[in-house]
Design a protein around this ligand. Structure first.
Ligand SMILES: Nc1ncnc2c1ncn2[C@@H]1O[C@H](COP(=O)(O)OP(=O)(O)OP(=O)(O)O)[C@@H](O)[C@H]1O
Length: 418
C-alpha cells in the first residue's frame, strides 16, 4: 500500500471548503445585499453612481457578496445595449500607497487587454494617475474599481480623493469611475481625511459578524456537498458554527474548522466525523493562530517576548514592567538593536495580550506604590522558544533561555501542556 491514497470515505468533494470556492447563493445577508443592489442600480439606469464602502471584520462575506453582486450586475448590464460597464478588481494586500494602487489598477486594465504592463517604479505620482485616467477614458462607460483591503494604503489616500473627482476636474470625460472600497479595519475609515470620507463613503454597508445560527446556515450546504452521506455526525456543523461565532463570527473560520475536522477524521482512518474531531481541530487551529501571531511580531515585539521568556525560564513571573524593561534593553544591546521607550514596550505588551500570548495583571496599591502591571506568558514557553529559535537574530538568546528552562525542569511539564 502506498503512503498516499485517495480518500473514499470522508470527503465527496472538498472544493466547497476551499477559500476560493464561490457559493451559489449568499446566505444570511439579505439586508446587506438589498442595500448593495440599491447602490448599484444607477449603473443600469445610466445615472451617476455613488462610491460604496464596505466594512466589517474578516470573514463576514464582504468579498463574496461583492463578487456575487458584480457578476449579476455584469450579466444584467450586458442585456442593455446602452449600458457600458467594466469592472477592475485589485487586492491592496501588498500595496501601501496610492501610487502603488494606481500602478496596480493600470496593470490590471492593461493585462485584461493583453497590453504591456507599466513599471511599478520610476514615475511621479501625477504621471501614474494620468496614465490611469487615460486607461479609464479608453474603457469608457461606467468602470467599477474594486479596491479590496484598501486599508493597507494607510494615510496615503490621494487616489481616493483623485479618482472620484477625475470627471469633475476634467481629467477624464468618457468614463464614470465608481470605487468600491472594502476594509476590515474600522480605524481606517475613521482616519480618512474628511474630503476623502465625504466621497468614498457616500454609501456605506456594514457587514456584522455572524452569529452561530447564521454560520450554521452558511455551513450546511457546503457540508452537504463536501462530505459523503452519513459521514457527519449531527452535532458537527452546529459545533463548528458555535466555536467560530464565539471567537470571531467569521464564516472563513467556521469553514476552516469543518475542513480541519474532516481532515483529522481522514488522517485517523475514521469512518465518520464526530464532535471529538471538531474539538481537536479547534485546538489545533488555536495553536496555529497563536504561533502565527508570535511569528508575525516585529523585531521589537520579539525582543519584548524574549525578555518575558527569559524571566519565565527563571520562574520570575509575573514580572513588573520596570524589571521586564531592564531585561529588554539588555537584549537589545546584545542584538545591537535600538531599544524603544518603556511606554512603547508596554504598548507591545498590550498588543501581545490582545493576541492571547501573555497575561496582564493590574495592581493598584493606592498612593504609596501606585498602579502597576505584571506580566507572564499565556502560551507554553516551548512554543515561544520555537518561534525565537526559528528567528535568526534571536536564535542564540533562545538557546540560552532554553537551557536555563531545561535546568529548571520547566520544559518537560510545559511540553505536556501543549
Ligand atoms: N453569507 C455567506 N454565504 C455563503 N458563504 C459565505 C458567506 N459569507 C462568507 N462566506 C464564505 O466565507 C469565506 C470568507 O468570506 P469573504 O472572503 O467574503 O469574507 P471577507 O469579509 O471578505 O473577509 P476578509 O476581510 O478577510 O477578506 C468565503 O469562503 C465565503 O465564500
Amino acid at each position: 500500500m502506498g503512503m498516499f491514497q485517495r480518500d473514499q470515505q470522508i470527503f465527496a468533494d472538498a472544493a466547497p471548503l476551499d477559500d476560493s470556492y464561490e457559493p451559489e447563493d449568499i446566505r444570511e445577508r439579505d439586508d446587506e445585499l438589498e442595500k448593495y443592489q440599491r447602490a448599484l442600480q444607477p449603473v443600469i439606469d445610466n445615472r451617476p453612481t455613488s462610491n460604496i464602502f464596505l466594512y466589517g471584520k474578516t470573514g463576514t462575506g464582504k468579498t463574496v457578496a461583492t463578487k456575487f453582486m458584480l457578476s449579476h450586475l455584469e450579466a444584467d448590464a450586458a442585456t442593455y445595449d446602452d449600458v457600458d460597464l467594466s469592472t477592475v478588481w485589485v487586492s491592496c494586500e501588498n500595496l501601501s500607497s496610492s501610487y502603488q494602487v494606481a500602478v496596480a489598477l493600470v496593470n490590471e486594465i492593461r493585462e485584461s487587454q493583453n497590453k504591456e504592463k507599466i513599471s511599478t517604479t520610476g514615475y511621479s505620482q501625477q504621471r501614474v494617475f494620468d496614465i490611469l485616467y487615460d486607461e479609464l477614458d479608453a474603457l469608457g462607460g461606467t468602470v467599477i474599481l474594486v479596491l479590496d483591503e484598501i486599508d493597507n494604503i494607510g494615510h496615503s489616500d490621494d487616489i481616493l480623493y483623485g479618482l472620484p473627482r477625475a470627471r469633475s476636474n476634467g481629467y477624464v470625460d468618457e468614463v464614470r469611475p465608481v470605487i468600491i472600497g472594502i476594509s476590515n479595519d474600522f480605524k481606517f475609515r475613521e482616519n480618512l481625511s474628511p474630503k476623502v470620507k465625504d466621497t468614498l463613503a457616500e454609501k456605506e454597508i456594514l457587514f456584522p459578524p455572524y452569529d452561530a445560527n447564521q454560520l450554521r446556515s452558511i455551513l450546511k450546504p457546503r457540508a452537504e456537498k463536501s462530505f459523503h452521506d452519513g459521514v457527519l455526525a449531527d452535532e458537527v456543523v452546529p459545533l463548528c458554527s458555535a466555536f467560530a461565532a464565539q471567537d470571531t463570527g467569521s464564516a472563513r473560520q467556521a469553514i476552516r474548522l469543518l475542513r480541519e475536522a474532516g481532515e483529522l477524521a481522514q488522517a485517523n482512518d475514521c469512518e465518520s466525523v464526530s464532535e471529538d474531531e471538531v474539538r481537536d481541530a479547534q485546538e489545533e487551529l488555536e495553536k496555529n493562530q497563536l504561533y502565527e501571531g508570535m511569528q508575525e511580531l516585529t523585531t521589537q515585539g520579539h525582543a519584548v517576548l524574549c525578555a518575558l521568556a527569559y524571566h519565565q525560564s527563571l520562574e520570575e513571573v509575573p514580572i513588573r514592567s520596570s524589571d521586564l524593561y531592564e531585561r529588554y534593553t539588555k537584549i537589545c544591546e546584545r542584538l545591537d538593536a535600538d531599544s524603544v521607550s518603556e511606554r512603547r514596550v508596554r504598548d507591545h505588551l498590550s498588543d501581545m495580550n490582545m493576541l492571547g500570548l501573555i497575561s496582564v495583571y493590574e495592581h493598584n496599591e493606592g498612593l504609596s506604590a501606585g498602579r502597576y502591571h505584571e506580566y507572564e506568558l499565556d502560551v507554553p514557553l516551548t512554543a515561544v522558544l520555537d518561534v525565537l529559535l526559528s528567528t535568526n537574530r534571536f536564535k542564540d538568546l533562545a538557546d540560552i533561555i532554553e537551557s536555563t528552562a531545561d535546568d529548571n525542569n520547566l520544559l518537560q511539564s510545559d511540553l505536556s501542556d501543549y
